[in-house]
Design a protein around this ligand. Structure first.
Ligand code: FAD
Length: 416
């Protein structure tokens, strides 16, 4: 390990690997630190297809996808450590950050001119989503269950109830069924499924797995292990309706109730957080409010597709390159991206007219036949539908950004 790097990448999942590859290709000296025993992040434990459709123009499994990226990374001879954990990033000066890293050999302090933070997301746990009851064996997050099954070859249970119908919950329902478990139900709080329609059809309907919409698991019961869950209907304000309780016998509960950007390592460095994404506020170089700390992937915003995650990793590395080359990003004129009608979240938060920018956004409510509008720059895109579960990805050209004075509103309007 050197005492200083141009860029230290935190996290060896798809975002971190893509950032390290791009930074190395741009001629920076790079160190990548990964917590786990292996490089690869989440796709390593995903044996289902649906990865790389945009990036490689092929439908790959998670493992196939990530092995292609790891091959590129290894070919460039990037320095990296696995089984190593970044404890803290201290913004020592404008141009230098100090990282405290624990490896198998000990505790190190290393300096970096820039950091690309790509540590992924954490899963929401039982009490965070309002489930009461016994803290017994047999309750797993989807990530824990997937790691047990697809990395260690151990089935978490035989009769399973899944909480949450996002893509993770849907894909896990199919995985459990294919491995011989009985998925008794998938429970969803909202009146519509949280995941892609193709996953509702291919993962639930094709296997006859019941989906309870507008329902919540309100209680887990059992002595030593889960024996049943109590499922309750919810009203339009998502409050449980007394008297609608139903009991479902099961031995396992799998929580697939959403991911939250994992920010523990950079929170203390003082990065500003957006309450909508629960990730950092960033500019179009994916730089956080702390100069020289860039962020990408699920640590920035929860993405549906790994293709977008890789794109963000490359973008953050290009930002780090600009910073290293010029001793900081130039003082630019930033336009604030303002969330208009039916836009629940959108990144990046500040845009400059120095380059084209890709915006990633989600709506609050599903709608059909709409237009995505940016009134200040006169841009409109017609969309057949928008859904909270499907990220909107749209490119703004630098000439378009230059048309705005100080803000660019993004809104969804109904087609007359
Ligand atoms: C069940 C499931 C199914 C999915 N299916 C699809 C699909 O079909 N198609 C698709 O395109 N996408 C899919 N995805 C989404 C895709 O896997 C993610 O978007 C992607 O993995 C996010 O990449 P990331 O690099 O941001 O985070 P991760 O993959 O989570 O990688 C982050 C890495 O950072 C490491 N790390 C964390 N903290 C530290 C630290 N302090 N120090 C060092 N290292 C650290 C972690 O160990 C981890 O390896 C799925 C996700 C899940 C969970």
């Amino acid at each position: 390990m050197r005492s200083e790097y141009d860029v230290i990448v935190i996290g060896g999942g798809p975002a971190g690997l893509a950032a390290a590859i791009k930074a190395k290709e741009l001629g920076l000296n790079v160190l990548l630190i990964e917590n786990r025993e292996f490089l690869g992040g989440i796709p390593l434990q995903c044996v289902h297809p649906g990865f790389g459709i945009h990036y490689f123009k092929e439908d790959l499994t998670g493992t196939e996808f990530i092995h292609r990226i790891i091959e590129r990374f290894r070919a460039l001879d990037v320095e990296y450590y696995t089984n190593a954990h970044v404890l803290e990033v201290v913004p020592y000066s404008y141009r230098h950050k100090i990282l405290r890293i624990v490896t198998e050999e000990g505790l190190f302090e290393v300096a970096a001119r820039t950091v690309v933070y790509a540590a992924g997301a954490r899963e929401r746990h039982m009490f965070e989503i309002g489930i009461t009851g016994h803290r017994v064996a047999g309750i797993y997050t989807a990530g824990e269950a997937q790691t047990m099954m697809d990395i260690y070859g151990v089935m978490p249970g035989k009769e399973i109830v899944i909480v949450g119908s996002g893509d993770v919950g849907l894909i896990m329902a199919r995985r459990f069924t294919l491995e011989g478990a009985k998925v008794k139900a998938v429970i969803e709080l909202m009146p519509y499924p949280g995941g892609l329609t193709r996953n509702v059809v291919q993962c639930l309907e094709d296997f006859g797995i019941p989906l309870y919409l507008s329902h919540a698991v309100t209680r887990v019961e059992g002595k030593k292990r889960v024996e049943r869950v109590i499922v309750t209907k919810v009203d339009e304000k998502l409050r449980p309706i007394p008297g609608t309780e139903e009991s479902i016998e099961c031995d396992t509960v799998v929580l697939a109730a959403g991911l939250v950007p994992y920010l523990k390592v950079i929170e203390k460095a003082g990065v500003e957080i957006d309450p909508a994404t629960r990730g950092p506020v960033v500019n179009s170089y994916l730089e956080t409010s702390v100069p020289g700390i860039f962020v990408a992937g699920n640590a920035l915003v929860i993405n549906d597709l790994v293709d977008y995650v890789v794109e963000q990793g490359e973008e953050a590395a290009m930002g780090a390159y600009e910073f290293v080359k010029n001793g900081g990003l130039p003082a630019l004129k930033w336009r604030k991206l303002v969330k208009g009608r039916n836009i629940r979240l959108a990144v990046p938060h500040y845009l400059a007219d120095t380059k084209d920018v890709t915006i990633y956004a989600r709506v609050g409510e599903p709608e059909e036949n709409v237009r995505l509008r940016f009134p200040e720059i006169g841009k409109e895109i017609r969309l057949p539908f928008v859904r909270p579960s499907e990220m909107i990805r749209v490119k703004l050209k630098k000439e378009e950004i230059a048309r705005a004075k100080d803000r660019i509103t993004m809104e969804v309007v109904r087609d007359e």
